[in-house]
Design a protein around this ligand. Structure first.
Ligand code: C2E
Ligand code: CA
Ligand code: CA
Length: 758
């Protein structure tokens, strides 16, 4: 094969390679792909031209080849310029400059169009190579201009690359100088061919190979040096201590924190494995990738580390070494611990918070399945008063004392926390719960801060856990409920939950939800119990509430009045009773206008309304004289806030109401109170005097009360009269009015009216 044929084949191969690469570049997702593809495609026409020049023996074909070559080169240089700007991230904003460059190239291409007529660019002349004619170029002025243009642009490209590779950081410059080098080589190569005027022009080969190199460098080449440097920088700047080992577990490098951690001198890393083993034990190195937490040191000196071991393999999965990172997480760990502590502990007392206590209790009762436990609700009574009377500072101190008592030397199985302001919660194994001891402690529970000494009343509600699956909050609710059964709050401090309590709660909810309907449908209505004078004649009645329930039947007030007194609904009951009584009185207006009705007023009523206004407006509304509606209040009403209450009673009396003191004798200071009480009638209950109507002691008391009241000008009424003897005796003692089963039980209004209104 002749030299020319061999080159022809070579050019064809390169031509095809360029084509393939151009397609790949065009499809590449890299941003540089488009202009790279353009550059590679531009290389193809001049290469084609060369194939014609070298392969043909006829002048016409060779000439056509030259046209392809020269015009193609213009396109090559133009697209190389474009590629260079993009590759070097240069934005050429000057549009006029860009247009000018394009125009010059257009002019250059145009001059070749005139060459067939004026021959101002080039001609060809045959020389003989290996016995065949080869058409060599004879350049003229136009061709020189063309070369000048191309070289100027090529020089510009090379200068740009030189600047880039000098101006960027070393590790990055690699990206530029690989291309710069190939451009330089191809320029020199091309130039030497052009000017040596050797037969068989091989200049284009260099350009085409440069194209292929550029293709590789800009699409596939990863700057390894750059990567190496980056990785090394990352490793040395990591805050974690890093140790690199070769396959034989020899430490080959450690970063600065690693050197500091192990205290090795930094010039040799050989001692690192020994030091690490001293710190973390020999198991710190394992043959598998693994991580673990290590704690070094004691108490305040304690340090927390996370060790991370990674193994490196080569492309064939053979071990190539490993590295270990050691992270000091002491700060994170300590702040986490502090956070956990403050989230789970009450600030004032240091006990668990409610949520955390619940969680811990739930865990404990499930892990210690054979321990019997009590859940205990600790309630500080009248704590508000402690804060009010003394100071909140003393209050805080008191709470701390209580917390201290709660957390007194109990076993590890016990748990305690603060549930809310003045309530605490405990979990105590049944066998550790010493009822007598606790009662004793609480009877004399005194808080003293040196100047103030105060007995704090504490009650414990105890729920013994039979069902461990119950929510802890429900267990505490039940323990809390038990408290409501404590009657004598100063004598008894501990109450136990049982099912009766639960039933009671359900009952309370049951009737509370039905109250308003009971009122509107008159299921709840007054019964009347007659009140008689010493001659046995009826003078009035007491209105007593009864609930004729559609499913539960007849309910006496003992079943619902205390429930409503507790939850405040009593107000609704009383208002209803007062209204009904007024309505009855207005009905009696025509037949027995002298009869009165006594109504009951609960202590709670005073909290929720202006009782005087409320009742006055009712009597006005029903046109009833106030004197016909008697007001029964109990001693307890007078106990709290007596000045205020005295005023209320005075207002009642000023408006013409008759005020009766109910259940006189049941309270503490009855006799003392009496002289200051603006009441018209004393209602004494026989029940308070015991069933011993013959007992001389009871008789003496009764006689004295009756005497006292007549001395004070207060009328007396005895209720609970059950026998003729009692009646007789009371009459002899000058009691004026009587009420009791001896005369009549409370009866429905219709019955009352049937019997007494005729
Ligand atoms: P209370 O005001 O002391 O009413 C007198 C209670 O003694 C009534 O019980 C009455 O039925 C009962 N009683 C009358 N005579 C005798 C007797 O000879 N022997 C005995 N053992 N008991 C007698 P009741 O009706 O069951 O009422 C109980 C309590 O419920 C009342 O005591 C009162 O405190 C309260 N209550 C009743 N109705 C109302 C009401 O409408 N409003 C308010 N706030 N409380 C009411
Ligand atoms: Ca009463
Ligand atoms: Ca009474």
């Amino acid at each position: 094969m002749s030299i020319r044929d061999r080159f022809t084949v070579l050019y064809i191969v390169v031509f095809l390679a360029l084509g393939v690469c151009a397609v790949i570049a065009a499809r590449s997702r890299k941003p540089i792909g488009k202009s790279l593809a353009l550059f590679l495609s531009a290389l193809m026409p001049p290469l084609f031209g060369h194939i014609l020049i070298i392969g043909s023996y006829t002048p016409t074909v060779a000439k056509v080849g030259y046209y392809f070559y020269f015009i193609g080169m213009d396109l090559v240089i133009l697209s190389l310029l474009r590629f260079t700007l993009e590759y070097c991230s240069i934005v050429w904003t000057d549009r006029r400059g860009r247009n000018a460059v394009n125009a010059v190239f257009v002019l250059d291409i145009l001059q070749y169009a005139f060459n067939p007529f004026f021959s101002q660019a080039f001609d060809i002349e045959p020389i003989f190579v290996e016995g065949h004619p080869y058409y060599r170029l004879v350049p003229f002025f136009g061709q020189t201009m063309h070369r000048l243009l191309d070289y100027v642009c090529l020089a510009a490209v090379i200068i740009i690359f030189i600047f880039r590779s000098l101006r960027t950081t070393r590790v990055y410059s690699e990206k530029y100088w690989v291309i710069l080098a190939s451009l330089l080589v191809s320029t020199v190569w091309q130039t030497s061919y052009i000017f040596s005027r050797m037969p068989v022009d091989r200049s284009m080969l260099a350009m085409a190979l440069t194209g292929l190199l550029i293709f590789y460098f800009s699409l596939y080449y990863r700057p390894m040096k750059l990567l190496d440097r980056l990785l090394a920088n990352i490793a040395s700047e990591m805050p974690d201590a890093m140790f690199f080992f070769d396959v034989n577990d020899k430490c080959i490098w450690a970063n600065a924190p690693g050197i500091e951690l192990t205290g090795i001198d930094g010039t040799s890393f050989d001692d690192a494995p020994v030091k690490l083993a001293e710190m973390f034990g020999s198991s710190y190195r394992r043959t598998d990738a693994w991580n673990s937490r290590r704690i070094l040191g004691e108490n305040d000196e304690r340090k927390y580390y996370i060790l991370d071991n990674h193994f490196v393999t080569d492309d064939c999965n053979r071990p190539a070494g490993s590295f270990l990172s050691v992270r000091d997480v002491t700060d994170e760990q300590l702040s986490l611990q502090r956070e956990i502590y403050s989230a789970t502990h009450d600030k004032l007392t240091g006990l668990y918070t409610r949520e955390y206590l619940y969680k811990r209790i739930a865990e404990a009762i499930h892990t210690n399945a054979d321990t019997e436990y009590n859940v205990i609700f600790v309630d500080v009574k009248n704590f508000k008063i402690v804060n009010d009377i003394f100071s909140s500072k003393f209050g805080d101190y008191a709470l701390q004392c209580i917390a201290e008592w709660i957390s007194r030397d109990l076993s590890k199985k016990c748990m305690y926390g603060r549930l809310a302001g003045d309530t605490f919660g405990m979990l105590v194994p049944v066998e550790e719960f010493d009822h007598e001891q606790i009662e004793e402690d609480l009877t004399k529970f005194v808080v003293s801060d040196g100047s103030v000494e105060y007995h704090i009343l504490i009650h414990l509600g105890v729920y013994r856990i039979p069902d461990r699956d119950l929510e802890v909050s429900v267990m505490f609710d039940r323990a809390h409920l038990a408290l409501s059964t404590i009657k004598d709050e100063y004598k008894t401090h501990i109450a136990y939950y049982d099912d009766k309590i639960r039933d009671k709660v359900l009952w309370d909810q049951h009737i509370t939800s039905q109250l308003s309907e009971a009122i509107s449908t008159m299921q709840l209505r007054p019964y009347l119990q007659p009140i008689v004078d010493s001659g046995g004649g009826i003078v009035g009645a007491e209105a007593l509430a009864r609930w004729v329930h559609p499913t539960d039947g007849f309910l006496s007030p003992g079943l619902f009045i205390p429930v409503f007194e507790k939850n405040g609904m009593i107000v609704e009951v009383d208002k209803h009773m007062w209204r009904c009584s007024c309505e009855i009185l207005s009905r009696w207006e025509k037949t027995r206008p002298e009869l009165f009705i006594s109504v009951n007023i609960s202590p709670k009523d005073f909290y929720f309304m202006d009782v005087v206004e409320e009742i006055s407006s009712l009597t006005t509304q029903y046109g009833v004289a106030p004197s016909r509606l008697r007001i029964e209040i109990t001693e307890t009403v007078m106990m709290n806030d007596s000045d205020d209450r005295v005023e209320i009673l005075n207002r009642f009396r000023e408006r013409g109401f008759i005020v009766e003191m109910d259940d006189f004798g049941s309270g503490y200071s009855s006799l003392n109170l009496l002289k200051d009480m603006p009441v018209d009638v004393l209602k004494i209950d026989m029940k308070f005097l015991g069933r011993s109507e013959n007992g001389t002691k009871a008789q003496t008391i009764l006689r004295n009360i009756l005497n006292l009241s007549s001395d004070l000008g207060i009328a007396s009424l005895t209720e609970g009269v059950e026998t003729p003897e009692q009646y007789k005796m009371l009459a002899e003692m000058h009691c004026k009015l009587f009420q009791g089963y001896y005369f009549s039980k409370p009866v429905p209004v219709e019955d009352f009216e049937k019997i007494y209104l005729k």
